[in-house]
Write a protein that binds this ligand. Structure first.
Ligand code: SF4
Ligand code: SF4
Length: 304
């Protein structure tokens, strides 16, 4: 089974969360994203399909995986080596690996299966004013899956937040945002050329989408990844604050200072981390930046 109209690959699902919106929430993370941000801390969220992950230091050289797959070699002292061009990410080797040196990022869910898991905590959502957050990757990229799941949840009276990069890949992607109860909207910068270089896509359509949602009066939480030397200069921050003020329906601003938590995932996927050498943003600098956004009068916090 591959991801498609009624299925999506899920790479994480967190119940009892107090972030990604208000109240107690379950956040479901879907694989697949049209962007490739250089600082991405969830590289396993970029491809739409499940992917093989390798942790060589956990390998005991039992040989089980190499016995069943011709695309996998076991050189001495290196751990399992996979020819990624030939690997079909079938997951057979991960299923038999006794030490989890081989695992899969992502598992295919139907809308029915996701709904059954997400509705289990409805009593907590109701009591806390919480709900479900669909994130990723990009929640609107698997648009049919996300739209159907959102409508099923909303029909049960469950509040649904959508975490989005704002880059719309289909009319249905935009319809998801128009019908969501809350939108967590990323702004990754203001300069278009830099935005293209850092994320792979144009920023103009993203800003248009944000303004459109503001005109509809949608509840929005803005999320700002703060990447030292890329989007944390004074001019960019002031422009972002002015843009956010003009939207009209932003309920909160969440600042997301750069960290390195995702770096270890890149080699596990056979990828090279694009921002090697960057340092995490100091808390004091994030506090200084928060003051710029607090001047908008919109509640601003570090983290989200
Ligand atoms: S995921 Fe499948 S194709 Fe890829 S190395 Fe493992 S068994 Fe082989
Ligand atoms: S099955 Fe797991 S532990 Fe055994 S050789 Fe393969 S990766 Fe190593």
């Amino acid at each position: 089974m591959k991801s498609g109209q009624n299925t999506a690959a899920v790479f994480n699902l967190i119940r009892g969360s107090f972030v990604d919106g208000w109240g107690i929430r379950t956040t479901i993370f879907l694989k697949g994203c049209p962007l490739s941000c250089r600082w991405c801390c969830n590289p396993e969220g970029q491809s739409t399909e499940p992917e093989l992950a390798i942790t060589p230091e956990d390998c005991t050289y039992c040989g089980l995986c190499a016995d069943i797959c011709p695309h996998l070699l076991l050189p001495d002292d290196v751990g399992p080596v996979v020819d990624r061009d030939l690997c079909g990410n079938c997951g057979s080797c991960a299923r038999i690996c006794p030490t989890n040196a081989l695992t899969m990022f992502g598992e295919l869910y139907t809308v029915d299966r996701a709904f059954e898991v997400l509705i289990r905590d409805k009593a907590y959502y109701d009591r806390s004013g919480g709900g479900v957050t669909i994130g990723g990757g990009e929640a609107t990229f698997s648009s049919e899956f996300t739209f159907d799941l959102m409508k099923r949840l909303q029909a049960e009276g469950i509040h649904v937040a959508i975490d989005t990069c704002g880059y719309m890949t289909s009319p249905l992607s935009l319809k998801i945002l128009e019908q969501a109860d809350l939108i967590l909207f990323d702004i990754k910068g203001m300069d278009n050329e830099r935005h293209i270089a850092d994320t792979g896509v144009d920023n103009d359509g993203i800003i248009e989408t944000l303004m459109h949602l503001g005109r509809l009066g949608k509840d929005i939480i803005i999320r700002l990844p703060l990447i030292p030397g890329r989007n944390d200069d004074e001019a960019t921050l002031v422009k972002e604050a002015a843009l956010i003020s003009s939207v009209g329906s932003v309920r909160r601003i969440d600042l997301m200072p750069y960290h390195e938590f995702g770096v270890v995932k890149y080699p596990r996927l056979g990828l090279v981390y694009p921002l090697d050498g960057e340092s995490p943003m100091p808390r004091e600098r994030a506090e200084e930046i928060a003051e710029i956004f607090r001047k908008t009068g919109i509640p601003t916090q570090i983290g989200g």
